[in-house]
Ligand binder design. Structure first.
Ligand SMILES: Nc1nc2c(c(=O)[nH]1)N[C@H]1C(S)=C(S)[C@@H](COP(=O)(O)OP(=O)(O)OC[C@H]3O[C@@H](n4cnc5c(N)ncnc54)[C@H](O)[C@@H]3O)O[C@H]1N2
Ligand code: MOO
Length: 440
């Protein structure tokens, strides 16, 4: 079989816009497919992201949640009003509800006197009707009684209790909030697909809703691999280090508000790792692993993919860190295997995984955000391969973290909020250079 055809065989089928099955990008990505077949050519980052997004679907399952737990969730129902808001005409002022024609021409020199029938406060109703020559003392938010067509602010009166002197005239319907002026019964206020933030939850609460139907969060199955890794809190044997990645990925899931279906640190043992994924894939929408993706004898993930029958999407992305990232489809779920180096895992969680979650959830804040910035300090290395360097961005300026940007180094990334991108072939960078940064 020619190499190119072999490459097709290992690629999963994808649906095009019309729903017909096609091999992923087989025309435009011939070179890429060839590369995959040969197991050598890294993919450009944009193509890797595109393929990863094309292989996942937007979440369709929904669930009912209480408003207290609805923030940042995505609406799965259209929200329509069952009643007018406000449900009655109401006063926007503290003052007097009256008939505008009774006070025509009134001013300080020519006040009009009205008889005050009663007082109505917010939350109460006046059963009386405002008739010619009368007014009702009214507070902001209270229902405007029948007969009145305007509200006088109390500063334009003598604050009278039984009778009131009016020092100002009003047009009909002045200072009058109409019933349904916010929305009418039956009107559609929010469409399914909208993300709920504080204001949207305020609207739901204003409708009297206690719960709302939202799309289910994606559940991620997380696995870190490595014989050298010890669980934090357990004794460290010679040759071991503590596992940074599993907790880092879990924290990132919580910060991005996606669920964790399961998590495990496994040894460099392909059968064991495959078994964990096999047993738990049913609970997951997306699988993330770290470590074991390079070319060493203990880089087990290739064997894990073979044991599970994972259909590979790609291996290797042309960036640093995280060049050997591996990805595939297993039981209809995407599996993304990040490099074990903690900075590689952290960077690619943002560069590769976040856009996948954006597609799955429809949450725009998970989209990758790039900004232009001016470098405050230099970077002493050339970048033959496109490189992402940890840094801190503020007000259009960016400062690269002191120390190494090697993918095995995590500590100096503390406090960083972005990565500076150096395109492939970049020379050393200097303070004052204009750069592009990827926000974390
Ligand atoms: N001969 C070659 N060797 C390597 C190549 C190569 O092209 N040829 N690529 C290098 C690059 S680039 C990377 S990146 C790494 C990727 O390695 P793996 O993803 O297979 O990861 P491991 O070998 O399992 O670990 C790498 C490194 O990171 C440490 N690690 C792993 N997991 C964790 C964790 N959960 N917490 C903390 N630290 C972790 C591990 O101890 C290693 O030091 O391969 C290069 N090699
Ligand atoms: O591609 Mo690996 O993460 O350098 O260094």
């Amino acid at each position: 079989m020619p190499e190119l055809e072999k490459a097709f065989v290992c690629l999963p089928r994808m649906e095009n816009a019309q729903g017909a099955g096609i091999r992923s990008q087989q025309v435009s990505m011939e070179g890429y497919l060839w590369g995959v077949g040969m197991n050598t050519e890294p993919l450009e980052l944009e193509m890797a992201v595109r393929l990863l997004r094309e292989h996942v679907k937007r979440m369709t399952e929904t669930e009912e949640v209480v408003l207290e737990k609805a923030d940042r969730r995505v609406l799965a129902e259209d929200i329509c009003a069952e009643r007018d808001q406000p449900p009655f005409p109401r006063s926007p002022l503290d003052g007097y509800a009256l008939r505008s024609e009774d006070i025509r021409g009134a001013d300080r020199e020519h006040p009009v006197e009205l008889r005050v029938l009663t007082e109505v406060d917010a939350g109460h109703c006046a059963e009386l009707e405002v008739t010619p020559g009368t007014a009702v003392r009214i507070m902001t938010g209270a229902p405007i009684p029948e007969g009145a067509d305007a509200v006088l602010r109390q500063e334009d009166s003598d604050y009278g209790e039984d009778t009131v002197l009016v020092y100002h005239s009003l047009r009909p319907w002045q200072n009058y909030c109409f019933q349904g002026e916010d929305y009418k019964a039956g009107s559609c206020l929010m469409k399914a697909g909208l993300q709920l933030h504080a204001v949207e939850i305020g609207i739901l609460s204003g409708l009297g809703r206690k719960t709302v139907r939202v799309y289910r969060k994606p559940r991620l199955l997380l696995m870190s691999t490595g014989d050298e890794l010890a669980e934090p809190g357990t004794p460290l044997r010679k040759g071991q280090i503590y596992d940074s990645n599993l907790h880092m990925l879990c924290a990132q899931c919580r910060i991005w508000d996606v669920d964790i279906a399961g998590r495990k640190l496994v040894q460099d043992h392909a059968e064991e790792a495959a078994e964990y994924l096999r047993e738990n894939v049913g609970q997951a929408d997306l699988i993330l692993t770290t470590g074991g993706v390079s070319v060493g004898k203990k880089d087990i993930m290739h064997e894990v993919y073979r044991l599970l029958g994972v259909e590979r999407i790609f291996w290797k992305v042309r960036i640093k860190p995280g060049m050997p990232t591996l990805a595939g489809m297993y039981e209809g779920r995407e599996i993304i295997s990040l490099s074990g180096n903690p900075y590689g895992a952290a960077a690619n969680m943002n560069l590769l995984v976040k856009p996948v979650l954006e597609k799955m959830t429809g949450r725009r804040e998970l989209g990758t955000e790039y900004r232009e910035a001016v470098l405050e300090n230099g970077y002493p290395k050339k970048s033959p391969t496109r490189r992402f360097v940890r840094a801190f961005y503020a007000d259009g300026k960016v400062r690269i973290a002191q120390g190494s940007n090697d993918s095995g180094i995590l500590s100096n990334m503390a406090g960083c909020n972005c990565m500076v991108e150096f395109p492939s072939g970049s020379q050393e960078a200097e303070a004052g250079d204009q750069v592009r940064v990827c926000m974390l």
